[in-house]
Design a protein around this ligand. Structure first.
Ligand code: 13P
Length: 288
């Protein structure tokens, strides 16, 4: 199946009260792992690259070609969107040109008027090519690829203004944080999420920082309007743990165990298993 925009899959998720997993990729193995996990669960999926990961992989065109070609060669039939995660304005425009089917323009660190102005322009250019757009209000806590958010609760009125630009889905700070949650984290603000959902006319909402949020909070967030859940750190953790185990057991020293195809296999399988488990959590199994 050809790459699709994330607009339809997230509208359906919002209406059906389930979440679509948006998993960050870093390389060939992770891209395969995510695609195989989604296919096994017969679930729609979003593969996303941060700006840093895309640079690491060789640029946006490489990411696009990789995902598109793997869909063909692996015989993937579930809907897959290729999304830019936390994109700067110029990067969002570049991805639209290259063939990404979805982009996030993250202007949350800009003055609100500038965020708004640039978001409007990204929407016009993206929609002209059938590309879906995510924007953000109220920065997400934590640090991701050099993007540092102080963590805040979004102002529902600002959410409404940006949603009314015609964006397809909205990321809003509701106490979520990228990376590990600190021991003194007080949980998601369902009051803020409810207020945002009430005022934004059914637009699918995005939960960033999906790693480490307990299942009950994830599912409550979905019931209140979250339709896209971003997961990155947990994939990194299971990949690293499985690779560490392989090496600590001395398997890289036995026979041709040092062959990268063997060395990276346990981590890759661990990512697939996590993707499957999270799709189960989000309720999108069988929704392809
Ligand atoms: P985590 O790394 O906390 O899963 O967050 C991922 C994310 O929100 C990507 O934008």
């Amino acid at each position: 199946m050809a790459l699709v925009s994330a607009e339809k899959m997230l509208k359906e998720a919002r209406a059906g009260k389930y979440g679509v997993g948006a998993f960050n990729t870093n390389n060939l193995e992770w891209t395969q792992a995510i695609l195989k996990g989604a296919q096994a669960m017969n679930a729609p999926v979003i593969i996303q690259t941060s700006m840093g990961a895309a640079k690491y992989m060789g640029g946006y065109k490489v990411c696009y070609d990789l995902v598109k070609d793997l869909i063909d060669s692996l015989g993937i039939t579930v809907p897959v969107a290729l999304h830019l995660d936390h994109g700067a304005y110029e990067d969002a425009l570049q991805c639209i040109e290259v063939g990404y089917t979805s982009v996030m323009f993250d202007g949350s660190h800009l003055p609100f008027s500038e965020n708004l102005e640039k978001a409007k322009d990204v929407v016009a250019k993206a929609h002209a090519k059938g590309v879906s757009v995510e924007c953000e209000v109220g920065s997400i806590g934590g640090e991701e690829d050099g993007i540092i958010g102080a963590g805040e609760l979004a102002d529902p009125k600002e959410c409404k203004i940006i949603a009314d630009l015609g964006i397809d889905f909205l990321a809003a700070g509701i106490g979520n944080i990228h990376g590990a949650y600190p021991a003194n984290w007080t949980g998601l603000s369902f009051e803020t999420l409810g207020a945002i959902a009430d005022i934004t006319d059914g637009i699918p909402l995005v939960l960033h920082g999906g790693s480490g949020i307990p299942l009950d909070q994830v599912q409550k967030a979905i019931s209140l309007g979250v339709s896209k859940i971003n997961v990155n750190t947990e994939c990194q953790e299971v990949f690293a743990a499985a690779t560490r185990k392989y090496i600590e057991e001395g398997k890289d020293l036995k026979g041709k165990g040092f062959d990268p195809r063997k060395l990276l296999a346990p981590g890759t399988t661990a990512v697939t298993e996590l993707v499957k488990e999270r799709i189960g959590w989000f309720g999108s199994e069988g929704k392809a």
